[in-house]
Design a binder for this molecule. Sequence first.
Ligand SMILES: Cc1cc2nc3c(=O)[nH]c(=O)nc-3n(C[C@H](O)[C@H](O)[C@H](O)COP(=O)(O)OP(=O)(O)OC[C@H]3O[C@@H](n4cnc5c(N)ncnc54)[C@H](O)[C@@H]3O)c2cc1C
Length: 398
Amino acid sequence: MTAAYKYVVVGGGMAADAALRGIRGQDPNGTVLMVSQEIFPPYDRPPLSKGLWKQGGRVENVWRSLDYNQLRVDLRLGVRAERIDAAAHELWLAGGVRVPYERLLLATGGAPRELAGHPRGVTYFRTVEDYFRLRRAMLGGHEAVVVGGGFIGAEMAAALTLAGKHVHLVLPEAGVLSRLLPPSLSAAITEDYAQRGVTVHAGHQVTHVEARGDDSWRVVTDAGAALDASGVVAGLGIVPRVDLMTALGVDCPDGIVVDRLGATAVEAVYAAGDVANFPSPALGRRMRMEHEDHANRHGECVGANMAGQEQAYDYLPFFYSDLFDLGFEAVGRLDSQLATVEDWVEPQKRGVVFYLEDQHVVGVLAVDLWDRMDRARALIVDGEPVGDGSRLRGRLTG
Ligand SMILES: Cc1cc2nc3c(=O)[nH]c(=O)nc-3n(C[C@H](O)[C@H](O)[C@H](O)COP(=O)(O)OP(=O)(O)OC[C@H]3O[C@@H](n4cnc5c(N)ncnc54)[C@H](O)[C@@H]3O)c2cc1C
C-alpha cells in the first residue's frame, strides 16, 4: 500500500494535467497523486500531427508547463490503474499496489480503434511514443500509407507530405473530413491534397497489411491496390477508456457519464476530458468531446470541483485543425448530415459554415478567419431561431 492521498488523478494527458491546476487553485496543500500508464509526463498531443513535422518543429516544446515538484504532486509514470474499490475508496495499481483516496479523477481518454485483424506494422497515432516510432520508420523511407479521413488521418497526410514524403491516403469516405464538412469543402480539400502530391484512395478500405522484410509493409486495399511503405499510420478514432467504471457495474454507453460538476454515479469519483460524457447546456444534449480546449477547460473545472468548488461546466469548447496551409477553428457540432449555410469570402478557402438544426445554429466552422469563436459561440448559446439561415450571411465574415 502507498500513503493515502486526498486526490488521485488517473491519466497523464491534458485533462489530467489541467485538473492538477484546478485542484491546486482551490487546495494548495492536499496531497495529490497522478498515475499514468505512459512513461512520459503530460504533453500536448496536437503538435504530434502538425508542428513537429515542420521545419524547426522541436519535441522539447510539447511538454506541459506545470512544475510537478513545485506543485507537490507525486507522479507514478508507466503504471496502469487496474481497479477501483469504491466502497473502500481505494485504487489498485498494476503490481498489486493499493492507493487510498478521498477523491478520484478518471481522465483516461480513449484507446485508438484498430484495423480489423490487428495487423502488425501499423502505428495508431496517439502518443509521443507513436510519434517517435513513426519518425524512426520514416527515417530512410519515402513512402507512407495513412489510413482514415478524419482529423488524425488528414493532418498526418499533410504533415508527412510537408516533411517530403509521398503519402497514400486511404479513406472509406468520399473525401477528407467528409463526415464533418459540407461536400463542397471536403471535395475542395481532397482535390488540394491530390494537387500537393497525396495519392488519395477515397471510398476504399484496407483489407490487410503484409510485412515485407524488417522495415517495409505492403498495404492492400479493397480495390486491389498494393501500397508499399516504410510507415503505416492509422487514425480511426478512439474508444473511450471506461473499463475502471464498467468493472463497478456502471453503464458507460458513450464514455463515463458525469454531471455538470464532473461527478460520476460513483461517490467521490469524477471524470474529465475525452472520456467524459457531459451535459452541454449550450447544445441541450449530452456529448463527448475529443479536443484540446475541452480537455484543458473541463479538466481544470472538474479538478477545482473535486477540491470543493461547485462550478458547473457550461463552457462550449472550440477546436481547430491545420491541413497544409488551410487552418480552421470551430465550435459546437460539425456534422455533414446537418443542414449548412456556407458564407464564403473566397470559395472553399476563406469563410464560414453554419450548421443548423431545427432552424437554430448548433455549430460554426471558420475557415482561415480568426478570432470568430466568441461571436460564433454566442450565436449558438443565444439560441435565436434563424429560419433558413440566409440572414446569417455576413455575420462572421466581416
Ligand atoms: C495526434 C493528435 C493530434 C490532435 N490534434 C488536435 C487539434 O489539433 N485540436 C484539438 O482540439 N484536439 C486535438 N487532438 C485531441 C486532443 O489532443 C485530445 O482531445 C486530448 O488529448 C484529450 O486529453 P485527455 O487527457 O482527455 O485524454 P488523453 O490525452 O487520451 O489522455 C489519457 C491518459 O490516460 C492514460 N490512461 C488511460 N487509462 C489509464 C489507466 N488505467 N491507468 C493509467 N493511465 C491511464 C493514458 O495513457 C493517457 O496518458 C489531437 C489528438 C491527437 C492524438
